[in-house]
Design a protein around this ligand. Structure first.
Ligand SMILES: Nc1nc2c(ncn2[C@@H]2O[C@H](COP(=O)(O)OP(=O)(O)OP(=O)(O)O)[C@@H](O)[C@H]2O)c(=O)[nH]1
Ligand SMILES: [Mg+2]
Ligand SMILES: [Zn+2]
Length: 354
């Protein structure tokens, strides 16, 4: 297997050549455990960690290697290596992590398509799909909706659900599959492009890992039955992993995500809700928030039934979240600055005392 098989292309190559790196020391991150990595290189798989120098030189955790990254290595014996550098990312998917803190998490890097996976049964939620859409759109990752477990509902219900999704998210391709009966799999599989990288996104238990098993047609990943008592997904996948499918495309499996928080840089909201941004041209005030203003074209459209109320509600919620994230970020920067000053003063006072 060579690097081209796992997504190495002219963009990565240009970067490698521009900074004069040796291609034989380049690899792609194919498995991420907490702080350990497996890197695929021209000469096979290597177990790797990050050099101390690298760790100290970074300002932000998001600069650490993530699944899908291209990295430069120092190889040592026994198939081990040290990661010395993460090559510039062509793009990356990120979200705000659970909790009140304002941590961002990079999910995966260098992605062409995002599969937004939803089980068509319990818990099916279009608002969540829209969140994933915003995250994909922000990263310039092409979204594809993948509805799973269609064996569990009637053909009639399936049709009407697909209609609902199609109506609300008309620009996004939709596939509907069953990992149990293999319904829809052939069409879905043939839509995938050789050499492109796909990333599976979605709640725990929706069938992400099972899809990989279906696509490679052998059980590479263990999946567990949904716990009956709680009806919640058992977290089977605990690490991120990149697979090469036998159709030549590359796919990343992730642990299920309970929350997909919006960050300050989620400008994908505008693309996802483009209908609202088009309507907004007609608002009386240019800084209209579309929540209470007079002569708001967006509110008028909701009232007249020209804009789906749930789309509107989800938009407002995500905008608020983004605003909140921005405000917390500003506050954090202010605190960091004050703290920095304090340290500086402290040091200066110490010097005076000498
Ligand atoms: N009936 C039915 N069950 C499915 C289908 N796809 C997956 N399952 C089952 O759903 C359960 C969860 O599937 P997983 O593939 O582990 O789900 P996951 O999205 O990888 O979950 P996490 O790893 O926790 O994020 C397993 O018991 C699968 O057998 C399907 O199309 N139909
Ligand atoms: Mg899984
Ligand atoms: Zn408005």
């Amino acid at each position: 297997m060579n690097l081209e098989d796992i997504g190495y292309n002219s963009i990565v190559n240009k970067y490698v050549e521009d900074i004069g790196l040796d291609k034989s020391n380049i690899g792609r991150v194919v498995v991420v455990f907490k702080d350990r990595y497996i890197i695929r290189t021209d000469s096979g798989e290597l177990k790797a960690t990050v050099t101390g120098n690298f760790q100290y030189s970074i300002e932000n955790k998001s600069e650490l290697p993530v699944i899908g990254d291209w990295v430069h290595l120092h190889k040592s014996d026994n198939n081990r290596a040290l990661i010395t550098q993460v090559l510039s990312r062509n793009n990356y998917l990120e979200r705000r992590t659970v909790g009140k803190s304002i941590n961002k998490q990079v999910i995966a890097a260098n992605i062409d398509f995002g599969f937004i996976v939803e089980a068509i049964t319990e818990n099916f939620n279009l608002n969540r799909v829209e969140r994933y859409l915003a995250i994909c759109n922000s990263a310039n990752v092409k979204p594809i909706i993948l509805l799973t477990k269609i064996d569990l509902i009637s053909e009639h219900d399936l049709k009407s659900t697909i209609n609902t999704v199609d109506k609300r998210l008309d620009k996004v391709p939709i596939f509907a599959i069953s990992n149990l009966t293999n319904a829809g799999i052939d069409e879905f599989k043939s839509s995938m492009i050789k050499g492109k990288t796909y990333c599976l996104l979605g709640l725990s238990g929706v069938g992400k890992s099972t899809i990989i098993n279906t696509l490679v047609a052998k059980n590479m990943i263990k999946t567990k039955a949904i716990s009956k008592s709680t009806n919640k997904g058992v977290h089977t996948t605990s690490h991120r992993q990149l697979f090469l499918l036998n159709n030549g495309s590359i796919i990343i499996d992730n642990p299920g995500m309970r929350e997909v928080g919006i960050t300050e840089s989620t400008d994908g909201i505008e693309i996802t809700f483009d209908i609202i941004f088009e309507l907004a041209e007609g608002c009386k005030f240019s800084n209209c928030t579309h929540t209470h203003e007079k002569d708001c074209a967006v509110l008028n459209a909701v009232e007249k039934g020209n804009l789906d109320k749930s789309t509107y509600d989800n938009f407002v919620k995500m905008k608020k979240e983004q605003f909140h994230f921005q405000a917390t970020l500003v506050e954090k920067r202010r605190k960091d600055k004050t703290f920095g000053k304090m340290v500086k003063n402290f040091k200066e006072n110490k010097n005076l005392e000498k």
